[in-house]
Design a protein around this ligand. Sequence first.
Ligand SMILES: C[S@@+](CC[C@H](N)C(=O)[O-])C[C@H]1O[C@@H](n2cnc3c(N)ncnc32)[C@H](O)[C@@H]1O
Length: 426
Amino acid sequence: MPNTRIKCAKALQTVLEDKVFFAALKNDFTAQELPLANMLILSALRYWVALNKILQTFLQKKIPHKHRAAQYLLLLAIAELLLMETASYAVINETVANVRQVSDKFLSGLANAVLRKIIADKTMWQKKMAELNILPHSFTEILAGYTPEQQAKIAAAVVQIPPLDLTVRNDAKLWAEKLNAEILPNATLRLHHTVKVKQLAGYDEGAWWVQDVAAALPVLALGDVNGLKIADLCAAPGGKTAQLAAAGAKVTAVDISAMRLEKLQQNMQRLGFDNVSVFAGDALDFLHNTTEQFDVLLLDAPCSATGTFRRHPEVLHIKNNADVTEQRELQEKLLHASAEKLKVGGILLYSVCSISRIEGEGQIQKFLKVQPNFSLIPIKTEDISRNGQWAENIITSEGYIRTLPYMYFAKGGMDSFFIAKMQRII
Ligand SMILES: C[S@@+](CC[C@H](N)C(=O)[O-])C[C@H]1O[C@@H](n2cnc3c(N)ncnc32)[C@H](O)[C@@H]1O
C-alpha cells in the first residue's frame, strides 16, 4: 500500500498531466487521508509557480522526466514545510524514504539536502514563496480585457483559502446563529471555521446546501419565480435547481452527465423537493425536441470554470484559451437553441463560472447583436439583496453581474461569475 504522500504526488501528477479536477480523484483516498491530501494538493496548486522556482534554485540540471514522481514528492514536501504545521523532521524523513521508493538513492540524497537547506532558512523561503508566486502565463492570457491593476488583484487572490458558503432554504438568521455563521448581503451563510459538512446541524433535514455566494446570484437575479415553468438546462449537481425549487418554480432539470444528475437527484431528495423533474441528455436535444415553451430558461452554461480557482486551483494550470474557445462555441449554440423555446416575455438567464470575458461579456454582446427578439434586462442591486447593502459594486454599467475573486476579499472573497438577464420581447 503506498503511503498518503506518495498517493498525493500521484494524484497531483494526474491532475496536471491528464488535466482533471482533483475532486474527481478524491475516492482514491480514505476518509483519514483526505484532510491531508486536500490541504497538501490544493496548497501546492495555489503556490505551484513559486514551488517550482524554489526547487530550480537548488538544481544544477533538470530532474529527468522518468523521475518526475520524485519531483512531485519534492514539490509537495516544500509546500508542506513552508505552508503547513507538520513537524519538519516528519516531512523530510518520509519524503526521503518515498523518493528512494519511487526513484533512486541519488535523488533521495538530493531530496534530503534540498529540504534541509529550506528548513534551515524557513522564514526567508516563506517570504520568497509569496514573492515568486505569479500567475501561469497561459492563465494571464485568459485575463485579456482586465486592467493590469485588476490582474494584480486577481493574482493576489489565488492563495486565499475560501470559506464555506451555504444557501439556506429559509430563515437565514436562525441558521446563522445555529451554525455560528456570518450572513452575506444576499443571505448566503458564510462559515470561516473548518467543518465537516455532513456533520453540521441542518444537513440531514435539508435546511441548506453548499453553494458559493457568487453561484447563488443567478437565481436571485430572476426575482419571483413562484409557479413559473422553468428549464434549468445544465443543472447538475443542482445548486441552482434547489434555489428554484425552494422558490416554488416548476423545474425541469436537464444535464448531459448521468452521474452528475444522480448527484442532483440525491440532493433534491435530501432537500425534500418534489417539484423537480429530470431530463438526462444533451440540452441541445432537449431544446430541439421539446414542444413546451418556458417562462424562464436558466442556462448555467458549461464553461472553462476559470472563475472557481479559489476552490479548484488546478484550473490555473490546466485551462487555457483553447478551452475558452471550445466552451464559447458550445455556449453560443445553447444560447441560440434556448431562444426558440421561450414564451414571449420569458426570461433567458445566462451565467458562467468563468473569469474570461470571452465567455461572459463578449458572448452576450454578440448574442444580443444577432438576436433582435431579445433585450437585456439590467440586474438591479435590490434583486440580489436580502440582508443589507453590498459593500462592493458587483453590477456593471450595462447591468450584468461580474464578480471577481478579490471582491469581498477581507471577508473571504467570492468565485468569479458572469450573469446576464435577457427577455424575449417578440
Ligand atoms: C456549471 S455546471 C452546472 C452547475 C449547476 N447549474 C449548479 O448550480 O449546481 C455545467 C453542467 O453542464 C453540463 N453540461 C455540459 N454540456 C452539456 C450539454 N450539452 N447539455 C446539458 N448539460 C451539459 C455538465 O454536465 C455540468 O453538470
